[in-house]
Design a protein around this ligand. Structure first.
Ligand code: ZN
Ligand code: FE
Length: 258
């Protein structure tokens, strides 16, 4: 399975998965259809699946046009997103599995950003590593805003993702890394891995490179929303109870001018 990252709209990433053996493709969170169609054209591949993580417009905006062009493609999304996803055919819950290109993905229920949000985790297979598509849940250096969920729910979602192997590649749906790291440094000043990451990320952005994918290991070392139970973050929040620490830093991020 090859993964192509398409940068669209202001800061969205859409991911096209391609199986060269069957020349089929799947797309994760098509914000818009045109760049996906262009990529499919270039690959001369048939679209067989759309994997949506949640109902926001910048994740489903391309569904209808893609289904018009590829009527046999199946649209997958969370069961709680019923009626919010155009052309949804498969209603997934945590623990379900989907497959594409000879790989199997576990579905995680990860509410917080929305109440129905799911993520897709392709476990390592043969010589290929694990791949996580997590929409607006976990970001490089941050996490999604809590539009429909509580800090406690988001913490539980992050806890699920934190259990994945460190070398899992994390394909998040936005390029928010620099502003996330800027905030992270305000709550985790002495974290040298975070300081180094900021320097690396700034250089990458200056070269016009994407900072996505990241890895679970890097997030565990540098993302405050994966580090709510470390001494440094607890000290900075002035709190000790995990959900309260998480709520405090999420609230600080909401009000961070950046
Ligand atoms: Zn969203
Ligand atoms: Fe989004």
């Amino acid at each position: 399975m090859n993964i192509y990252r398409l940068a669209v709209l202001n800061d969205n990433y859409v991911f096209v998965l391609h199986d060269p053996e069957t020349n089929t493709a799947a797309v994760v969170d098509p914000a818009i259809a045109e760049p996906v169609l262009a990529k499919l054209d270039e690959l001369d591949a048939e679209l067989v699946a759309i994997f949506n993580t949640h109902h926001h417009g910048d994740h489903i905006g391309g569904n209808s046009v893609l289904i018009k062009k590829f009527p046999k493609a199946i649209v997958y999304a969370g069961e709680k997103d019923r009626d919010r996803i155009p052309h949804q055919q498969v209603f997934l819950k945590g623990g379900d599995q989907v497959s594409f290109g000879g790989r199997t993905a576990d579905v995680f229920f990860v509410p917080g950003h929305t109440y129905a949000h799911i993520a897709y985790y392709f476990a390592p297979a043969d010589d290929q590593g694990g791949e996580l598509f997590c929409g607006d849940t976990l970001f490089a250096g941050g996490c999604g805003r809590l539009f429909e969920g509580t800090p406690t729910e988001m913490l539980a979602s992050m806890e699920q993702l934190r259990r994945l192997p460190d070398d899992t590649r994390v394909w998040c749906a936005h390029e928010y890394t620099l502003s996330n790291l800027k905030f992270a440094l305000t709550v985790d000043q002495d974290n040298t891995a975070l300081q180094e990451r900021m320097i690396t990320a700034q250089a990458m952005r200056q070269r016009g490179e994407a900072t996505v994918p990241t890895t679970i290991g890097l997030e565990k070392r540098t993302n405050p929303f994966m580090r709510w139970d470390t001494a440094a973050i607890k000290r900075s929040a002035g709190l000790d109870i995990p959900d309260r620490v998480f709520a405090r830093i999420r609230g600080q991020k909401d009000n961070f001018a950046g």
